[in-house]
Design a protein around this ligand. Sequence first.
Ligand code: NDP
Length: 445
Amino acid sequence: MGTIHDTLDIVRHRNPGEPEFLQAVTEVLESIEPVIERHKQYRDAIILERIVEPERVIMFRVPWQDDRGQYHVNRGYRIQMNSAIGPYKGGLRLHPTVSLSILKFLAFEQVFKNSLTTLPMGGAKGGSEFDPKGKSDAEVMRFCQSFMTELHRHIGPDTDVPAGDIGVGGREIGFLYGQYRRLANEFSGVLTGKGLGWGGSLIRPEATGYGCVYFAQEMLKSRGESIEGKVCLVSGSGNAAQYTIEKLLQSGAKPVTVSDSNGFIHDPEGITEEKLAWIMNLKNLRRGRIREYAAKFRATYYEGQRPWGIACDCAFPSATQNEITGEDAKTLLGNGCQLVAEAANMPCEPEAIHLFLGRKILYGPGKAANAGGVATSGLEMTQNSMRLPWTREEVDDRLHQIMITIHKNAFETAADYGAPGNLVVGANIAGFVKVADAMLDQGLV
Ligand code: NDP
């Protein structure tokens, strides 16, 4: 009772057809084995069996109308995974690949990530398989309003505070917030990633990417190195990718790739600030495809491929889950890659992680490396509660400090549990212990 083996059997049996959820649970549970062995109270209280079961899963119909008056229906989800240390918190994803399995894996990861941030936030995730690509602003608005019409009764500033994720940026958060405000008749910090004029925080848009580079700098420092001059591969071209590139440039590194779901571009001369501004305009305003970069600047476009075959010092996967396979990992290692920091969630397949850890390169798992996004969402909640905005410098300093603390905590915990340098073990155990202890303190929750 209460062992990792038993719990994985239960998860397999209870969640058929949910491979991503099983992958995330397996990865976490296998890495926290030392803490379960060391502490009998977790086994006695079957904490593992409890922690893998969401507190609540909400699934709902989202009907909407397109610009031609045709009717459509999508499925909306909110997975409220764990609220032992604070209100549920986690993003909303709008992408055709969204499924119950993917959102459960993300919600599960979110619990440990939020715990690591040092802020009081539980874990959740939500979204829909609705595809915002190719839709007009009015269609996206009608979808968001319909989605919030159901979601609003399940969330609140002290209950559950959603944010953005893939396909949910400033535009979508605006539509969602407007509808919440009308239905609830309150102006509160119920969503994060809000516009600056109506409760948003400075640095929130930058936070995931900036935080990931701050984390990478800490990893490099632990080996007496720095990011300056390093050739970096970045995948994706959305929020996480854009600000990873911006911070890499500010830190003297040389980012040479970006991608979208159709392919990637390689710019051997390096993506500069001017080129990044062009990418931001392309992706955030014109909503075009990354292949246009190659026509505009001197770069090569690779249709249907990912950037991992390009020689590099560091890789920053910033698009989506399972985008680095075992084969990709072999290629990266063969080309001399010495650091992988995950701006995306679970971008590396288990075999890839195994290879990185085996070769003892610097590997920063997403729940630590990309925790800057949700941490700054936590800072947005604090400012909303105080009704006082902080300056850009103040938020950035706090973000930087949080990333340093997360790295230190994961690094020291890994050493404490006999796996020095293994940030997967360190981050998972450090995140787990705080939540598990809160659950024990609170009785049968
Ligand atoms: P965006 O929607 O802004 O950008 C996503 C990018 O990834 C786009 O370039 C998109 O290409 C690409 N992409 C998405 N799905 C796929 C796919 N199945 N295959 C290939 N490429 C794909 O999302 P974010 O930048 O916010 O999110 C990126 C990653 O970062 C996700 O894993 C997310 O969970 C994670 N993350 C984000 C945080 C945030 O604050 N935004 C916080 C922590 C983690 P296309 O436009 O063609 O779809």
